[in-house]
Design a protein. Sequence first.
Length: 56
Amino acid sequence: MQDSSRDVTTSIGIAYHEPGATVTSDELLSKADAALDDANAAGRNVFRFGVDAATA
C-alpha cells in the first residue's frame, strides 16, 4: 500500500427531538435511518436531518 491513497466519504443521518417531547428510542432511530437513506440518495459527503412531518 506504499505510495497509494484512498478516498473516504461518509453520509450521515441525524435525528433529534425537541426538549420535553415524548419520543421513544425506536422512533428516534427510525428518523435517523430515514435521514441516512436521504443522505445516501443525495450522494457523497452529505448529512441530512430526520424531521418529524408534523413539524416540517
